[in-house]
Ligand binder design. Sequence first.
Ligand code: SF4
Length: 232
Amino acid sequence: MQQLNDIVDSKILKQYNTQEKRSYLGASSIGDECIRKVQLQYMQKDQKVSAKQIRTFDIGHCLEDLVIKWLRIAGFDLKTRNENGEQFGFSVANGKFAGHVDGLIYNFPEEFPDKPEGPALLEIKTMNHKSWNDTQKRGVLVSKPVYYSQVQLYMAYLELDRCLFVALNKDTSDLYFEIIPFDPGMAQKYSDRAVQIIKATENNELLPCVSGDSSFFLCKMCGFRDHCWKEP
Ligand code: SF4
């Protein structure tokens, strides 16, 4: 019933497009390979997105809640919201740069090897099989540098010295765990990048494209294609 697919997709997109855009530079995307893309997001430029991408994003959110449930069953003492019911996070530079975290771990289960003393940052990601396998094989720093920069910034601003990174394989339901220690040099590098983006935007300066070629693989699948490569 293609007609029904089309109806659902168009309503999802309509609802997505009426949502208020994020008015700050988010720590979750600061490590993207293309600095222009991060800047265009900050500038709230229209980004082409498909209904399927929105559904995938929403599924990820729901699955993160499941992972939190499983961690609690396993004996993790963790919180995802503060006493006011708000997500933990940070906001600096007069609210221009901010981020929200999945949770804080106050205590690890007794059985945990080399049980770290809390608190620690909790970051959960959901991945397809190929991506999850690569993360497990090469680790977050090499396989998922954007996630690595994200957690380093969270640790820096929340003054934490370790992060439990959890990746859920959406195809097999397997879990991958990695303890990521705080890396001050990396956190500084991406904090400087945030300042660069905010300053450039305030000076009406557009930061460089990731490539000089519109057929570059990142540009081919980018929602800002029209901003960068549209004929004048
Ligand atoms: S189209 Fe290419 S250069 Fe432009 S924002 Fe996307 S990835 Fe960056």
